[in-house]
Design a binder for this molecule. Structure first.
Ligand code: PHE
Ligand code: FE
Length: 284
């Protein structure tokens, strides 16, 4: 494995690798044999081995050491303030977390075998269900993994779901993605997801912090995105983000920085139909 590839598993449904490997193709990692029609599976807690529990703890400890100065306030408040998000207790049981999550923002976690087809993934989001992969990376993938595992999905994504404005945005995104699919705009909207939900940064009292799950779950990219002089950090702009192609297997060259989550809500509220028409004309 190329150890210079730094990006962690941020890959949401609908991106290149999943297009090549999902839908029953044996190239897709995860056990899709006994799932429900909506691709959910039971989370068999007793199937996690003590070795996996130990690896989970090491992943969690490494990342917790990096976030205090780098994660946004919303993320830190959730991780530090909620027993349900005390990830030092071991691989989280989604049913337990759901009691707290449902009370906070009316979202639910659902266990899934891995990457999902676009329409399945977006339908879950549109219904305030967040799909979390059940399996944990192998030891040799400790620093880098291509497909999202439970560490990326849970550590990176779940704490932000406790923030109401973010939670509402993600539901709206799911609805918007189903619409984009009908309009032929999904490739562009996928870029917006990438530069916000996965790799988004946000200004906070004059400093820049991370809220994107791909950044927050990757030790190298968290440091790179916030501390390195190399990448571009530009103010978030819907159309610019949708014009900016991304790499799935390396750190980003550009990060988009929000002023606030209200900005994300406001800027994505309008009907995107004219956006897609414009991008089509441009051949973006
Ligand atoms: N408002 C967008 C539309 O009408 C949908 C959307 C919502 C996109 C939230 C991104 C985030 O198409
Ligand atoms: Fe992700």
């Amino acid at each position: 494995m190329d150890t210079t590839t730094l990006s962690d598993a941020a890959l949401p449904a609908g991106f290149d690798i999943s297009l090549k490997t999902r839908d029953g193709n044996p190239g897709l990692r995860g056990n899709y044999a006994s799932m429900a029609a909506d691709y959910t599976v039971p989370q068999a807690m007793s199937d996690y081995t003590s070795e996996q529990q130990a690896r989970w703890l090491r992943l969690v400890e490494r990342q917790l050491a990096l976030i205090p100065s780098r994660a946004c306030k919303e993320f830190l408040d959730a991780v530090n303030g909620l027993t349900a998000l005390d990830m030092r207790r071991g691989i989280p049981n989604f049913a337990d977390v759901n009691v707290a999550l449902k009370a906070a923002t009316n979202w639910t976690l659902v266990a899934v075998p891995g990457l999902l087809p676009d329409d399945v993934f977006f339908t879950h989001l549109a219904n305030r269900r967040f799909p979390v992969t059940v399996w944990l990376r192998e030891e040799r993938e400790f620093d880098y993994i291509v497909e999202p595992d439970i560490f990326h999905d849970f550590f990176g994504h779940v704490p932000m779901l406790f923030t109401p404005i973010y939670a509402d945005h993600l539901q709206a995104y799911g609805e918007g993605a189903l619409k984009a699919k009908r309009l032929g705009g999904l490739d562009w909207l996928a870029r917006l997801y990438w530069y916000t939900i996965e790799f988004g940064l946000i200004r906070e009292k004059g400093a820049t912090k991370a809220y994107g799950a791909g950044v927050l779950s990757s030790p190298k990219e968290l440091i790179y995105a916030l501390d390195s002089p190399i990448p571009k950090r530009v103010p978030f702009d819907v159309m610019t983000s949708m014009r900016t192609a991304f790499l799935i297997d390396d750190v980003q060259t550009t990060y988009f920085v929000l002023e606030s989550f209200q900005q994300l809500r406001d800027d994505t509220a309008p009907d995107f139909t004219p956006h897609y028409e414009q991008l089509k004309r441009e051949g973006a």
